[in-house]
Design a protein around this ligand. Structure first.
Ligand code: KG4
Ligand code: ZN
Length: 331
């Protein structure tokens, strides 16, 4: 079985072809980061227009690279939601039109299911059941995963997502959009012990997150600081340390609560080196296993949508061509 996957939920146009036996046959990604950088965040209308410009050339390129035609495909998967409605509509319209023209089934995929299954794109793959920590720019969730489509959300952010907190704090530190990776780089120059950020919602029981307080704490700390480059690096260090500690505490709690020993971390923030190493250490200490997607599949991409779509197709979970987009959609 072979599936073309299309991702357009935010500011990356991702197209990939995934084959059940051969794995990823092609993976194309166009990032709109430069387009939005001047505005300090994603401008939805510009995002939609840029997806329109890039999507067909990327699909042609993917087919060329995979050395196949539409006749070799068994379905087309697209991100149905959640995300920016205009951006989603571009991917869903193109996917459903091609599916109609090529007489293929179209499968609408949940963006966070795509992230959740991204570690399956490479060996070794995690066995079910496991706990998944999903940390992206739009969502933060702790999910108990029993199998494909069997997801129980154990906790989620009550305000900002982890990536959003990274981006907003980075902006306060004068860094460009998207600031998460830039803040992480600045933190490498920071020293421990200068600032102590809170670890939100860790003293109370439960698996929900709250990150907006950290951003406010950062704003106050920056305002009262001398504003030097070293001070900014120290603040970035302390902010990152607090987010990573908070996520690690919640993961440990979720594993204990469910008596599971396998952890998957996915979504844009799972590219964070500090998070990856701290969770690896934590899992070693409890004799468990941890799985991450390869770095390029932590952030948005078409491969994770092709993979998730293929699983849906195998389960015969196909939708009519009238399905459009679901900007708000819980997992
Ligand atoms: O999953 P993703 O590509 O898009 C959404 O679905 O939202 O995640 C993007 C988020 C952004 O907030 C970005 O700043 C953050 O992931 N991010 C990072 C790192 N790389 C990406 N945050 C912290 N450290 C990183 N290395
Ligand atoms: Zn995403």
């Amino acid at each position: 079985m072979r599936v073309l996957g299309i991702e357009t939920s935010c500011d990356e146009t991702g197209v990939a072809i995934y084959d059940e036996k051969q794995g990823i046959m092609s993976h194309q990604l166009y990032s709109q980061v430069k387009l939005h950088a001047d505005y300090g965040g994603v401008v939805p209308e510009l995002a939609s227009r840029d997806h329109v410009r890039k999507i067909i050339p990327l699909i042609k390129q993917a087919l060329l690279e995979a050395n196949c035609t539409e006749k070799d495909l068994d379905g087309i998967a697209f991100t149905k939601g959640p995300g920016l409605v205009g951006a989603l509509l571009v991917g869903s319209s193109v996917a459903r039109s091609l599916a109609y023209a090529w007489d293929l089934p179209a499968v609408g995929v949940h963006h966070m299911e795509g992230h959740l299954l991204a570690p399956m794109l490479d060996e070794p793959t995690p066995e079910f059941p496991f706990i998944a920590l999903l940390v992206s720019g739009g969502h933060s969730m702790m999910v108990e995963v029993q199998g494909i489509g069997q997801y129980t959300v154990l906790g989620e952010s009550v305000d900002d997502a982890a990536g959003e907190a990274f981006d907003k704090t980075a902006k306060l530190l004068g860094l460009d959009y998207p600031g998460g990776p830039l803040l992480a780089r600045l933190a490498e120059k920071g020293e421990a012990g200068h600032y102590n950020f809170p670890r939100p919602m860790t003293t109370k029981p439960g698996l929900d997150f709250s990150f907006s307080g950290l951003k406010t704490f950062a704003a106050n700390t920056i305002r009262e600081s001398d504003g030097s480059e070293q001070t900014k690096a120290n603040i970035a260090y302390a902010f990152q340390e607090a987010v990573v500690d908070t996520l690690a505490i919640k993961c440990k709690r979720a594993l204990k609560q469910t008596k599971l020993k396998r952890l998957v971390i996915a979504g844009g923030v799972s590219a964070n080196k500090q998070l990856r190493s701290q969770l690896a250490q934590m899992m070693k200490s409890i004799k468990g296993e941890v799985f991450y997607p390869r770095l390029e599949f932590c952030t948005d991409n078409g491969a994770m949508i092709a993979y998730a779509g293929l699983q849906r197709l195998k389960a015969n979970d196909v939708e009519g061509l009238s399905t459009k987009a679901k900007p708000r959609w819980s997992l």
